[in-house]
Design a binder for this molecule. Sequence first.
Ligand SMILES: [Zn+2]
Length: 213
Amino acid sequence: MKKPILTARKAGLIACSVCHLLCPAAPREHGVRASKCPRCGATLHSRKPDSIARTWALVIAACIFYIPANVLPMTTVTSLGMVQSDTIMSGVIYFVQSGSWPIALIIFIASIFVPLLKLFILCYLLISVQRKSHFRPKDRTRLYLITEAVGRWSMLDIFVVTILVALVNLGALATIQAGPAALHFAAVVVITMIAAMSFDPRLIWDAKEKMHE
Ligand SMILES: [Zn+2]
């Protein structure tokens, strides 16, 4: 027989999400707990409020933005009167064909693979939490930490486009303009980062806690 685990919630305590002070949970008033941390004044929540619904909404929004981010042109190059528009994928193909496969690989990983992977991981975590799955909670927590850690690296593509637009401006000879995909891509990255933040990883362990009761 495993010993029952003691959690803050079982002990009637809530950890402040800002200063991490353990505070006694206030009794429910009209079904809502509305207590504040005595030390820093932040509102106390045992779990992030509406975490699953909010994360789903943000993940779906990011999926919608992912389509124009990949279909619309990312850059428009005007060189000696010739106009050429490139999407993320056509840019990757261009670099592979011109032999610069390390650059192609970086763009592919940062702009296509990582954002998709993050959305898949978040969907998987949400579904597994909703199904109250007991499957490898430690590894699922690790997956969550990965999505939080790689978030900022997806901005690489936007960073490169911004630098190109700022640097290559030779007037009539050549200019590079950011295409409409850049804005949609930035939206995908930012929304996915907020989605990862609004997901509460403690939900992964709640199913396990219920099992021990
Ligand atoms: Zn506090």
